[in-house]
Design a protein around this ligand. Structure first.
Ligand code: ASP
Length: 734
């Protein structure tokens, strides 16, 4: 990993979250032990500033991250949005079951039900392509803030400003890819409107599934246990990266050979114990900790309730359809699981935000900051109206939120989504490459098509119809002057039951006529121009064309808002620095980060303390034989026989299944290796406790706990249950 001329993107650490609610027991508990964990996901540029040795690291920090040589960072990968790591010199990858799930699901048929039975390739030849998966290895990074911001001119309005920045970013990425053939470039915004970093990565396109446990292990406890502790989920899977025989990054081919990573992680089969130092290297997705009370209350009152309500409705349809038909259940599984996961996370956030009174706390801090601003003439001139501007910004956003959310979530049904993508492609592909929406640029277009094809492979008509109806009904209910013209045209001024009837009639007639049910037909539409698409007279393509003015205006408005908020947020960072007199880190943004802390339990509520390890005994105790508590009988037999091999926890007299630690993680950290003081893998991060769903907005040592699968369970299950000794040998376990 190389660091190229990185100008510091430092900022300050927000003590902002420190005031979040702390349970009395947790306070007294944590006071008697060193805290060690700190809020924050350190970007690469910050790691060397931290004295990791005093925190508990037992190796040279240069072995963790070395910009001029090989270090642990080189063994960490971004796996299609999740994190994963290389665990052998032959490209073997360890990640979460839920991160590999799309691959498992897409290979599953009624006859070869890998979701139910699990999947194991006995030899390399049997490893199956994980379609559309990408392995991304970060190679180098450099600050490009000056270049990016050089295009901002005083006279520009907010939308122009955003457009100019986005275009410049595209140009930087294109140039970097030209200078680094075969590599991928991405500019990440670190501090909104302020600092930008160019990351160069290697992208591997041939990824294969090696071993996945049955779903009854990989998702044991299902949605009942999701985001909860105590947890007994074996959320792990193995994959492998392949490249062309000459080392080039090629798409799937039987001729391809396993990739030889520069670095792979060593496994520590003995695991860890409570209070041990651990750290995580990974790609946390998105946090919003440097946000205002106005943003959080918008989330709490508007966006999160909207999504919880929508997904709640769609989930009940998905579940009902899945219960009746296994083939439908297989096709609908990614949507059912995805919606459940988000719905429960958002519900947790709604409860958590209220419980810790984050809005009130942010308001109090903003009031103190306003007083601080007003006390100084210069500050008053520069920042005097800043917080008021945030208030106005969110007031405007609230006024049209229902309309905008309806547009954001409109494409629930695949034929309509396909129609819009194809239509948009026909317009965008005519433009100069850097003027196109990024999905249609030359460097991204094949991926856009690939994703759509993957979606269409899960087409299930009864559900597509219901999902479309739900969204059209929501659109029909919009009040005021913000309405969607194409939907108004369907309902033609009808009211009451007339609206539903008109929508039903539109859906029935459209499905009778459309050819966009067929994935091959949809894919064949790419490359056609708008006139050719029009001549097909397909109802969904016609709908897409008529909808386009709303979407285009909505996108333009989003750009305008992005420009405004970038200006406001960058000023907020400046004044917050003065106000707090402290440095803080940029919010997570899907770039490589390090977080550290201890294996530790917590007190989720009065009189309750949760221990940091669960064991197989807990799987047996929860077993009912009914999904999602239907552990395989072989596992129960192995447990009864106490056949634990070398993977037993010395004190617990059992194999640990999951563990808790006080590290700062969010979505995107799924699949991140949990590493011990020697940098060896002791677990696999996969979730957070319910109270920590609000990590996206606020973090606190008292309640922010993340959950990992214990490496001992991974190895035990792989050996004793699946008999995959060859994988253990490959990881040098014997
Ligand atoms: N299980 C989580 C997810 O998939 C990971 C996290 O957000 O902590 O979103």
């Amino acid at each position: 990993m190389k660091r190229i001329n990185f100008t510091s993107i430092i900022c300050f650490f927000g003590g902002l979250m420190i005031f979040v609610l702390t349970l009395s027991f947790a306070v007294s508990f944590s006071l008697c032990l060193p805290l060690h964990a700190e809020e924050g996901m350190l970007p690469l540029s910050e790691i060397h500033k931290l004295d990791l040795k005093t925190k508990g690291l037992k190796i040279d920090p240069a072995q963790v991250y070395n910009p001029n040589g090989i270090s642990l960072i080189d063994g960490i990968i971004n796996l299609s949005g999740c994190t994963a790591s290389f665990v052998s010199g032959e490209g073997l990858i360890l990640t979460n079951y839920h991160c590999a799930f799309r691959a498992i699901q897409s290979l599953t048929t009624k006859d070869d039900d890998y979701m139910q039975a699990g999947f194991l390739a006995k030899e390399r030849g049997g490893e199956m392509p994980a379609k559309s998966y990408r392995v991304r290895i970060t190679e180098s990074y450099r600050d490009v803030s000056t270049q990016v911001l050089s295009v901002v001119k005083k006279k520009m309005d907010y939308a122009e400003r955003t457009k100019a920045i986005e275009k410049k970013i595209k140009e930087i990425e294109l140039k970097a890819e030209k200078q680094n053939p075969g590599k991928r470039a991405r500019v990440a915004e670190m501090f909104v409107g302020k600092s930008y970093v160019l990351f160069i990565s290697t992208d591997i396109k041939d990824v294969r599934l090696v071993f996945a446990p049955p779903r009854s292990i990989g998702e044991y406890g299902g949605e009942i246990d999701n985001w909860m502790w105590p947890r007994h989920t074996g959320d792990f899977a193995f994959m492998r990266a392949y490249v062309a025989p000459d080392g080039a990054m090629a798409g799937y081919s039987p001729e391809n050979v396993p990739y030889r990573p520069r670095k792979h992680l060593k496994i520590a089969p003995q695991g860890v114990k409570a209070e041990d130092f651990v750290f995580i290297l990974g790609y946390p997705g998105r946090t919003r900790r440097h946000s205002t009370s106005h943003f959080v209350s918008f989330e709490e009152e508007v966006r999160l309730p909207y999504v919880v309500d929508l997904y709640g409705k769609l989930i009940s349809v998905l579940e009902e359809m899945s219960e009746q038909d296994r083939a439908a259940a297989i096709k609908l599984a990614p949507r059912t699981g995805g919606f459940w996961n988000r719905k429960k996370r958002y519900s947790g956030q709604l409860q958590g935000l209220k419980k810790v009174k984050l809005v009130d706390k942010k308001r109090a801090e903003e009031k103190a900051m306003q007083d601080f601003i007003d006390r100084d003439k210069k500050n008053k001139k520069k920042y005097g109206n800043l917080l008021e501007s945030f208030a106005n910004f969110y007031a405007e956003k609230r006024a049209t939120a229902e309309y905008e959310l309806t547009l954001d979530y409109l494409f629930q049904s695949y034929p309509l989504r396909s129609a819009y993508t194809v239509y948009e492609a026909s317009i965008e592909r005519k433009k100069k490459d850097t003027d196109r929406l990024s999905a249609y640029m030359e460097r991204n277009f094949s991926r856009t098509k690939e994703r759509l094809e993957m979606r269409m492979s899960n087409y299930f008509e009864p559900y597509e119809k219901v999902a479309l109806k739900e969204m059209l009904l929501r659109a029909a209910r919009l009040k005021g002057d913000k309405k969607i013209a194409v939907v108004e045209n369907i309902i033609k001024g009808k009211t009451g039951t007339g609206v539903e009837k008109a929508i039903d009639a539109f859906i029935e007639a459209s499905y009778k006529k459309t050819k966009l049910k067929d994935p091959a037909f949809v894919m064949g539409l790419f490359g056609k121009n708008p006139a050719e698409l029009k001549s097909l007279e397909d109802p969904f393509l016609e709908f897409a064309a008529a909808l386009s003015p709303d979407i285009v205006a909505h996108d333009k408005n989003k750009k305008r808002r992005k420009g405004i908020s970038a200006g406001l947020l960058s000023r907020l960072v400046d004044i917050k620095k003065q106000f707090l007199g402290k440095d803080f880190l940029p919010d997570a943004n899907s770039t490589l980060r390090l977080t550290y802390g201890r294996v530790r339990g917590y007190s989720p509520k009065d009189a309750v303390y949760s221990l940091p390890f669960t064991t197989i005994k807990g799987i047996v105790e929860k077993h009912t034989g009914q999904e999602p508590f239907d552990a395989p009988l072989k596992l129960m037999d192995l447990h009864r026989a106490k056949d634990f091999g070398q993977f037993k926890h010395p004190e617990l007299d059992d194999v640990p299944v999951a563990m808790l630690y006080n590290l700062d993680t969010v979505g995107g950290n799924s699949g991140s290796p949990v590493l011990n003081a020697f940098g060896e893998l002791v677990g696999l991060n996969f979730d957070r406790v319910y109270e920590a769903t609000i990590n996206d907005y606020a973090w606190n040592e008292s309640y922010s706990r993340s959950i990992g699968v214990d490496v001992r369970f991974i190895l035990w299950f792989t050996q004793k249950f699946a008999g995959a000794d060859h994988l253990l040998k490959e990881m040098n376990i014997f």
